[in-house]
Design a protein around this ligand. Structure first.
Ligand code: ZN
Length: 234
């Protein structure tokens, strides 16, 4: 299940969409649309109110790295938190669709880290400024390969886990999402057209925390559909 390494002219690892089965989705990476506070317990752990409508933000494609590669933390920017999230790979254009029309457009299910410069985000929130610098910096979105969806899964029965240094820190269940997956994608499409190659991150459950050099992270989807190990560097 290792990600195939694609390097650029400078020998840096480039991200490419991949399926775990080895077939190539042949899609260029687009934007990453994310939701904040989609699990009540996570909103509570950061003392945030639960939003009345989905709270959306976007990470640029330049934030994405292959999750299996060591993760480099930005230096001198304060604490960087992990947020383990379920990721959806979009395979068909979606503009202002109903939730019922969403399922066939999701062609892959994967795992992501919504890395967040928490101190910087707190400053930006305080000043009522956008979060982009805290959420969209280079390397802010490690992505796993995607499980190719040949059939529609039970969207409200998905599970995933995140371990930090062998300690279970997050257990996400899609049943606990405040805005369920197909409703979320439909809502996003009413503001931003989703294009093939775009990715949706579905929010993080409770258990987030700061990363430091030498940490080891593991994420697993559905008891073994997908497992990714990675490590943290400065
Ligand atoms: Zn998040």
């Amino acid at each position: 299940m290792a990600q195939v390494r694609v390097v650029n002219f400078f020998g840096e690892t480039m991200y490419r969409h991949q399926f775990t089965c080895g077939t190539d989705p042949q899609l260029n990476l687009g934007k990453i649309v994310c939701i904040g506070r989609n699990y009540a317990a996570h909103a509570a752990e950061l003392n945030n109110p639960i939003p009345r409508e989905p709270l959306l933000f976007i990470k640029p494609a330049s934030a994405v790295t292959p999750m299996a590669e060591p993760i480099k933390l930005p230096s001198g920017r304060g604490s960087c938190h992990f947020e383990g999230e379920l990721a959806l790979l979009i395979g068909r254009p979606l503009t202002n669709v109903d939730a019922a029309a969403v399922a066939p457009a999701i062609i892959g299910l994967g795992l992501a880290l919504d890395l967040t410069l928490r101190d910087l985000q707190a400053q930006l929130k305080e000043a009522a400024h956008p979060w982009e610098k805290a959420k969209g910096f280079d390397g802010a979105c490690p992505l796993s390969p995607f499980v190719k969806l040949d059939r529609t899964p039970a969207w409200n029965q998905l599970h995933y886990k995140l371990w930090l240094n062998d300690m279970l820190r997050q257990h996400g269940e899609s049943a606990h999402m405040l805005t369920p997956i197909t409703e979320l994608v439909a809502y996003i499409s009413s503001y931003f057209t989703l294009l093939p190659g775009d990715v949706v991150l579905t929010g993080t459950p409770a258990g987030v925390g700061a990363l430091k050099a030498g940490d080891r992270l593991r994420m697993e989807l559905e008891n073994g559909w997908l497992r990714v190990d990675t490590s943290i560097e400065l």
